[in-house]
Design a protein around this ligand. Sequence first.
Ligand code: XBP
Ligand code: MG
Length: 258
Amino acid sequence: MIEALLWDVDGTLAETERDGHRLAFNDAFAAMGLGWRWSEARYGELLRVTGGRERLLLDMATQPDAPGTQGEREALARELHRRKNMAYEARLAAGAITLRPGVAELLDEALVRPLRLAIVTTTSRANVQALLRHTRGAAALASFEVVVCGEDVAAKKPDPEAYLLALAQLGLSPLATLALEDSPAGVAAARAADVPVVVTRSAYFPDDTVEAVVAVGPGLHTRQGWRPVPEGGGTAQRVTLDDLIEWHARMDLVSQFG
Ligand code: XBP
Ligand code: MG
């Protein structure tokens, strides 16, 4: 039986990478007078690395006008990241980023059931708080009993540390939980902590092979295109809590989906 849903943030709750972080990084480059701009394609390559500062340092290795020393690069990455997070919140405040369809409905269902809720992300806490505040209101963060963020771990996803910490804080065994993830790194992190995973494909990870997950589909807004077919019943057009419970109950059917 599922006792808690563990939510990834970027790509799962909202398309924050494509609509938010990438553009906010570009805002920060412009604000600091740098000519660097990340295209959608380049950002997709950089997403191999989790963490905004880590992503900046990876890209600086390819920029001829990046500072010469590691210390200078780290200082620049810190300042760019600070400005990026401000630009990200400004985009949220302007309504440019919304929750993915079906997310709010599933969260509401879980609160009524009730089922415990946790956030397991390696994004910065300020970004998680801003996303929830601007998309679900000031009280939204409090509906998550546990919120594990990038600052709380030594190793970001795909390391399992964030999931292990969330399980410890909830006092639950992994099989009493279900993770919602979109990226290969997120799936790897959850699976390395033995947490069953449902994958909602996102803009940047539309067809990556995912292994050992209980279900994979295009998004929580639809029951079409999911493997396995949702069998939780009901009349909703979207994926419901009963669908998640049914997939979880059948998790011996853990599969590889290409
Ligand atoms: C997503 C990430 C983050 C975001 C940017 O993690 O890798 O780095 O891209 O956020 P998840 P920061 O899917 O686990 O939420 O700039 O705060 O790192
Ligand atoms: Mg994600």
